[in-house]
Design a protein around this ligand. Structure first.
Ligand code: SF4
Length: 364
């Protein structure tokens, strides 16, 4: 029997923003377009030391993100170093001319286990609007072709906003045709440049999640969410209904990256290391918990009071604090912070009314 990872000690996944360099101007990205390294970016040696520390935390998944990670001159050396240690490494490149067959092959040989590409629309008009550059949709499709040719597994990330919510079924069709192993729906957190985009309403969140659950039954890819923690509540409730009808539960993984033993949340099984080494609960929750240049990552992850609070759903306030799903779901801590200034507040976009509040209402 697999031993459950203790998120109080070790994360399931570490995202390292290896650089903020990127030629694109994506509307919701935390990185501003810049073609030269930002001052203070972790050096190759500092990066390797960080990789050692990550590995020591019971070997979590490691994602090289950016900016565009391929803009870092030492990226293949870092991938190689991490993979040789035994880490399972993913990369989230930007759709730029650096996505050549040669670079994909080099990264694959260095040990990249999975690629993650952004696709925010089923056509060039919708997608390129998000990315701030024409031609990024075509480049993404071309990259998918090359990844398929090279048998390199990939996932697609889609940021869900008012602008593209009606196009999700078309994106899903495209996903099925292109061979992605995972579709991750990013539910917008209005922070940084994400404030420029229009989020979907709380009711639409619920509708999209129920739609995704239905889609999952026959989709040839696995569906996950980022900052859509209450998808786990929707899955649980819908699977309860299926079980009551004698149907098998829905939800599976299709490639060799291990499934999270239980859901992660900002700072809880999930940790973000920024380009200068600052540690945050996630890329959408900009609260500095320490810096790996001064303190080893395991110490920051285990001891930071912010991270400890985030890992304690009993300390949450409002609906999330009394919700029977607070351990399974817990709501988006990043969204709570972005909209209320309190990372322990309730997720404002969840429409669920917890049992305790319904009982209290009925007793009045
Ligand atoms: S109230 Fe909070 S914990 Fe409960 S399902 Fe909604 S987001 Fe999750």
């Amino acid at each position: 029997m697999a031993i459950m990872r203790d998120y109080n000690r070790n994360p399931f996944i570490v995202i390292w923003e290896v650089t903020r360099m990127c030629p694109l101007h994506c509307l919701h990205c935390r990185a501003a377009a810049q073609l030269h390294p930002y001052p203070g970016e972790l050096t190759t040696d500092e990066g390797k030391m960080l990789i050692d520390e990550i590995y020591s935390m019971d070997n979590p998944l490691l994602v090289f993100s950016g900016g565009d990670p391929l803009m870092r001159k030492d990226i293949f050396e870092l991938i190689d170093y991490a993979a040789k240690k035994g880490l399972r490494v993913s990369i989230t490149p930007s759709a730029t001319p650096k996505l050549t067959r040669k670079n994909i092959l080099r990264a694959k040989e260095a040990g990249i286990a999975r690629w993650a590409l952004s696709l925010d629309g089923p056509d060039a008009k919708t997608h390129d609007y998000f990315r701030g550059f024409s031609g990024t949709f075509d480049r993404t499709m071309k990259t998918i072709e090359m990844l398929n040719e090279l048998k390199a597994p990939f996932q697609i990330n889609t940021t869900v906003t008012q602008y593209n919510v009606d196009k999700l079924p078309e994106i899903a069709d495209l996903m099925a045709k292109c061979g992605a192993v995972v579709w991750t729906l990013f539910f917008l957190v209005p922070t940084g440049r994400g404030k420029l985009l229009q989020p979907i309403s709380p009711e639409q969140h619920d509708q999209v999640m129920h739609w995704a659950f239905q889609l999952q039954e026959h989709a040839p890819f696995h569906i996950t969410t980022t900052e859509g923690q209450f998808y786990r509540r929707v899955m649980f409730q819908e699977n309860e209904k299926r079980r009551a009808h004698g149907l098998a539960p829905i939800g599976r993984f299709q490639d060799d990256l291990a499934k999270a033993p239980r859901g992660t949340n900002d700072g809880n099984g999930f940790i973000f290391v920024g380009h200068t080494g600052e540690v945050e609960p996630s890329g959408f929750l900009p609260l500095t918990c320490g810096n790996v240049k001064e303190t080893p990552l395991p110490e920051i992850y285990r001891k930071s009071s912010i991270l400890r609070n985030l890992r304690n759903p009993n300390s949450y306030k409002g609906k999330c604090g009394v919700c029977e799903f607070r351990n399974l779901c817990g709501g988006s801590r990043a969204r709570a912070y972005a909209l209320t200034g309190d990372y322990q507040a309730s997720d404002p976009y969840c429409i669920y009314v917890p049992q305790r509040l319904r009982t209290a209402d009925a007793a009045r």
